[in-house]
Design a protein around this ligand. Structure first.
Ligand code: HEM
Length: 447
């Protein structure tokens, strides 16, 4: 006897009312779209900080969770099934069961990313995804805290940090976001593409332009000429294979026929931008927590003789910066079939929303919600733990996370090692950190 699967119409998931759906879209979705999902709009980030819009989003999700319990909660949007994850166990499930039945290639994400990288792993499916994801994993060394090319990367970070600090000295000791990001992107271009790309700010500008188009998803036509120019430059870097670059490393990795190496690199250039934001915010956390800063400095000194220091305390600080202010606040999946949950069935083709700030800052459940708690990252987090997912989790876990932590921790160490740091623009209350910290508005005094 065959058992017919239960359909979403026989056993539907709880459904938000029209009013609740509008409130969820206003408080959770709209601020994210307005700030820019693919590249941030500084004015709207400043407004979100000022009006605590991110905090409102978390409170809205809490209200819905109080009413609907476990969920997932179907939003009431005609013609577009969308579900909000409300329970920590379901976060683990959705991320662990990617890409089947929870595909990473979600519709809105595909429309946003096609502007620069239509064949990137994240919006691919099936064999294509398998090969592209694999190439990313082997090139970025998914499982290694220290990339085997770290010896080549560390001097690049040291040199660019020195250039930055000289410039800060010339600017009267003031460190603002723009020069910080310029220095960071010089590191990124050299590490990813090779030293010859150091001054190629036009490439960064082109990437930014295409990402700004991506913010509009399907509402803006693809700039095919711009995209072709970007992908040509990626291919040229692979062909040049400059020693010491990730492009060279990638060109020597095994690749399947569908791997599309040149289309994977724009994602790296793009994703190093939020890494810069997280690092700048991490500096603000340290400047506001003197005991922790001292512990960090102690570790920098202890590991000073190592060619590639691990700098676990700085890595934990960046992870905390990302927990408190996630740079990928919405992790999106799309169901490839009907999926049964304990309280009902989610239809195929549903966009599944994992709103990370709700799980990172849920003060009904977490006593550390609004505190700087680097000890959370002392041990690898598992499925048994509460989901803190700044780099996602499961088979879609960010394959660049170790590389990000390697480079950001070293960059911070170089800055902190040379200077005393004071946060001038903001006063952060360690007892209640804000729902958003506007990286564009942070200003430090280095002495
Ligand atoms: C602070 C910096 C970063 C954060 C917070 C971050 C976070 C994430 C998250 C949350 C995802 C999953 C997205 C989704 O499922 O929709 C992701 C995917 C990805 N990230 Fe990162 N990322 C960062 C930097 C980087 C960097 C620098 C690289 C490359 C050098 C990178 C490479 C990737 C790739 C290739 C994927 C797609 C993985 C897949 O298709 O399964 N990321 N990242």
């Amino acid at each position: 006897m065959t058992v017919e699967p239960i359909s979403p119409t026989q056993n539907p998931l709880p459904r938000a009312t029209v009013g609740e759906t509008l409130q969820a879209l206003r408080d959770i979705q709209l601020p994210m779209v307005a700030k820019g999902p693919i590249i941030r709009r500084p004015k709207l980030v400043a407004a979100s900080e000022r009006f605590d819009l991110d905090g409102r989003g978390v409170r809205r999700a809490q209200t819905l969770a109080d009413k609907y319990g476990r969920g997932p909660l179907m939003l009431n949007i005609p013609g577009r099934p969308m579900a909000l994850i409300l329970h920590p166990e379901d976060v683990h499930r959705v991320l662990d069961d990617s890409p089947e039945p929870f595909a990473t290639a979600e519709t809105l994400k595909r429309h946003a990313l096609k502007h620069l990288e239509p064949k990137v792993a994240l919006i691919s499916h099936g064999t294509e995804r398998t090969q592209r994801r694999r190439l990313n994993e082997v090139t970025l060394e998914h499982g290694s805290p220290i990339h085997q090319m770290a010896d080549a990367f560390m001097p690049v970070v040291e040199q660019e940090a020195k250039v930055l600090l000289d410039q800060v000295g010339a600017d009267g000791g003031i460190l603002e976001y723009k020069p910080f990001l310029d220095a960071w992107f010089r590191i990124v271009r050299r590490v990813v593409l090779g030293d010859s790309a150091r001054e190629n700010t036009e490439l960064t500008a082109l990437t930014e332009k295409l990402r700004a188009d991506g913010n509009w998803a399907f509402l803006k036509p693809v700039d095919r000429k711009g995209r072709a120019a970007l992908l040509d430059q990626m291919q040229a870097a692979l062909d040049r294979a400059e020693p010491g670059s990730l492009a060279a490393f990638m060109s020597q990795r095994p690749q399947g026929s569908e791997a599309e190496p040149a289309q994977q690199i724009p994602q790296w250039l793009f994703a190093f931008d939020p890494a810069g934001m997280a690092t700048f915010r991490a500096l603000a956390l340290l400047a506001s927590h003197p005991a922790r800063l001292e512990a960090v400095r102690h570790q920098i000194t202890e590991e000073a003789s190592e060619a590639t220091p691990l700098l676990g305390r700085l890595r934990a600080t960046v992870l905390e910066s990302l927990r408190l202010w996630p740079t990928t606040p919405m992790i999106l999946r799309e169901t490839t079939t009907d999926v049964e949950f304990s309280h009902g069935v989610m239809p195929a083709g549903t966009s599944v929303l994992v709103f990370a700030p709700f799980f990172h800052r849920d003060d009904r459940q977490l006593d550390f919600a609004h505190h700087f708690a680097p000890e959370l990252w002392e041990h690898p987090r598992t499925r048994e733990d509460w989901p803190l997912v700044p780099f996602s989790a499961g088979p879609g876990l960010c394959p660049g996370r170790h590389l990000v932590l390697l480079l950001t921790s070293k960059f911070m160490a170089e800055i902190l090692n040379q200077a005393e740091i004071e946060l001038e623009s903001h006063t952060l209350d360690p007892q209640g950190l804000p729902s958003l910290l506007n990286n564009f508005g942070l200003r430090f005094r280095l002495s």
